[in-house]
Design a protein around this ligand. Structure first.
Ligand SMILES: [Zn+2]
Length: 86
């Protein structure tokens, strides 16, 4: 479940993160994790809300999300044409 919109999505389409101290990083296999969907990470308002909630540096958090979203997209080529005009 995405923590920003509380919608349920297949797990492989979600981005998995974890909070570590005062920071949020990519999930690295241990600790408490949470998920964000690729719709919310592209939603400026949702991202802003999350940066406030976790007291993060917005620019860095956005960069992390973009990197992770590219990784998610690259493992799922079967749906790569959805919503993409190429
Ligand atoms: Zn979401």
């Amino acid at each position: 479940m995405c923590i920003a919109c509380r919608s349920r999505y297949p797990q492989h389409t979600l981005i998995r993160l974890k909070q570590e101290g005062n920071d949020v990083i990519a999930y690295n296999g241990y600790g408490r994790s949470f998920y964000l969907c690729d719709i919310c990470i592209k939603n400026e308002k949702k991202v802003k809300g999350l940066t406030k909630r976790f007291k993060l540096d917005e620019e860095r958090f956005v960069k992390l999300l973009m990197e992770l979203s590219q990784q998610v997209g690259s493992c799922d080529t079967s749906h790569s044409n959805e919503g993409v005009n190429q």
